[in-house]
Design a protein. Sequence first.
Length: 165
Amino acid sequence: MATDANGNTIFGHHTSWGRTRSPKNIAGSPGTAVILLGATAPLRASVAGYKIQGYATENQRYLHVLVTDAHGSGAPGAITLFGYCHAFEKWFEIGASTMDTPIAEAAANTDPTAASMQTANSGRAEADQVPSDRDYARFDILGIDRVAFVGDDDESNVYAAGSTF
């Protein structure tokens, strides 16, 4: 049970997202970027805490990912997406999206290549970037309990959200 600031019990306070039409940021409040893992080593089953890496999806259907140029000293690198399923107790690469196929829902994320995103060096600070400076993709994550993002650079900012519809 949840309580308010005065210690009163709040009934009907939900702690999960439920069915969401509007994407909800999986890293916290709106505008919060996800933390990139520098390598896949923390996602091995032999590493303590591997089950709590990444972010909970709350059984959402879609993962929305936006990658921006952090405008550091170099060019942004590739970001690879990984999923975790409690039933397997294993991390795996999320397949690249094939949502542009005629039967999009049936073919989503069936590409054997890992889902990866990379934005170009915009030459501008993130606050000065225009929409065409950013890269967006939607992935079908139905049944994936957690997601993690692996990238070996500090040149990208990655934002992720989940939605049911």
